[in-house]
Design a protein around this ligand. Sequence first.
Ligand SMILES: NC(=O)c1ccc[n+]([C@@H]2O[C@H](COP(=O)([O-])OP(=O)(O)OC[C@H]3O[C@@H](n4cnc5c(N)ncnc54)[C@H](O)[C@@H]3O)[C@@H](O)[C@H]2O)c1
Ligand SMILES: Nc1nc(=O)c(N)c(NC[C@H](O)[C@H](O)[C@H](O)COP(=O)(O)O)[nH]1
Length: 290
Amino acid sequence: MEKTLHFKDSDASELEPFLPTETLLQASAAQGRPFVTLTFATSLDSSLSLAPGTRTRLSGPESKAMTHHLRSRHDAICIGVGTAVADDPGLNCRIEGVGLDRQPRPVVIDPRGRWDLTARSKVLEVARAGLGLAPFMVTAHGGDVNPELRTLLEEHGGKVIEVDTSPGGGGDGGDGGGPGDDGSHPGNHIRWGDILAALLREGLRSVMIEGGGRVINSLLAPACHDLVDSVIVTIAPTWLGQGSVNVSPDRVHDERGDPVPPARLSSVSWHPFGEDAVLCGRLGHNPGNP
Ligand SMILES: NC(=O)c1ccc[n+]([C@@H]2O[C@H](COP(=O)([O-])OP(=O)(O)OC[C@H]3O[C@@H](n4cnc5c(N)ncnc54)[C@H](O)[C@@H]3O)[C@@H](O)[C@H]2O)c1
Ligand SMILES: Nc1nc(=O)c(N)c(NC[C@H](O)[C@H](O)[C@H](O)COP(=O)(O)O)[nH]1
C-alpha cells in the first residue's frame, strides 16, 4: 500500500469556497445532479500524461495531498475507462486519519465492458483492505457486461449501473472522439446529464471527476458547462511534448463561423502548493452560489 499523505487545515480552508456546502448540494440536487468538481493535473503544455495508456506523475507531494483532500470532500470520484485501464488506480483518499466514512465511491464510465478489472486490481485490493469503497461501473443499458466482472464487483460491495445511451452519439459535447474511442462511437455515448442523474439516484450528492483526456475535454464543451460547478487544476512546472494526452476541448464557432473560446473560468484564484500552482475557478452557474 502507498505512503500516507498529510494535508494542513490552513491549506484546506483555501479550497473551501470551491467545494460543496449543504446549500450547494441542495441546489445541485434540485437540478437533478450531484455537485460536480472537475479536477486534474497538467503540464505547462496542457498534457495529462506522456502518451495514451501510460500514467505520468505530474503533481508534487503537496499538490498530490491537495487532490487527496478533494477526494475526502466528495461522495464519489469518477474516471473514464481509459484511465482505469492505463493507471490501475486505487481511487481512495490516502490522507492520514481519513476513515471509510469519508472515502469517496469510485465510479468508472465504461459503456462497453473495456475495463480489465480483476481481483488483483488496485481498487479492489484497497476495498478489501478497508481503505476505500468498492467501485460502481456505469455502462450502456443493454450492453454486454461480463458476468464475472459483475460478480467480482458485487462481491466487493460495488455494482453495475446501466444508463441509456444517447442516440446519435452525443450532443452534449461527445467525449472527445478519436481512435479506440468506444465512448463517442454511435450507440455508446451516454449523456453526462444522464450519468450524473444516475449517480444522484444512488445517493451520491457530490462527485469529483478526475479524467482522463476524453472525459475532461467533453465536460469543457459549452453544452456541459451547466453540469460542472468547480474546476481545480494542478499545473506542474514541466512540459510533456507532442503526442501526449492533451486537455484541449473541441473548437467552438459562433453563428458567423468564427472560432470562439470553448470555456472560461470565473471567480478564479491561484494557490502555490510546493512547486506546483493550483488554479480554482467556477464553470457553470450554481444557484446556491451568492
Ligand atoms: N494528470 C491527470 O490528472 C490525469 C487524470 C486522469 C487520467 N490521466 C491520464 O489520462 C489518460 C487516459 O485518458 P483517455 O482520454 O485515454 O481516457 P478517459 O479516462 O477519458 O476514458 C475515456 C473513455 O471513457 C468512456 N467514456 C467517457 N465518457 C463517456 C460518456 N459520456 N459516454 C460513454 N462513455 C464514456 C469511453 O469508453 C471513453 O473511450 C491516461 O494516460 C491517464 O494516466 C491523467
Ligand atoms: N492530481 C494528479 N496528479 C498527477 O500527477 C496525476 N498523474 C494524476 N492522475 C490522476 C489519475 O490518473 C487518476 O485519477 C488515477 O487513475 C488515480 O489513481 P490513484 O487513485 O492515485 O491510484 N492526478
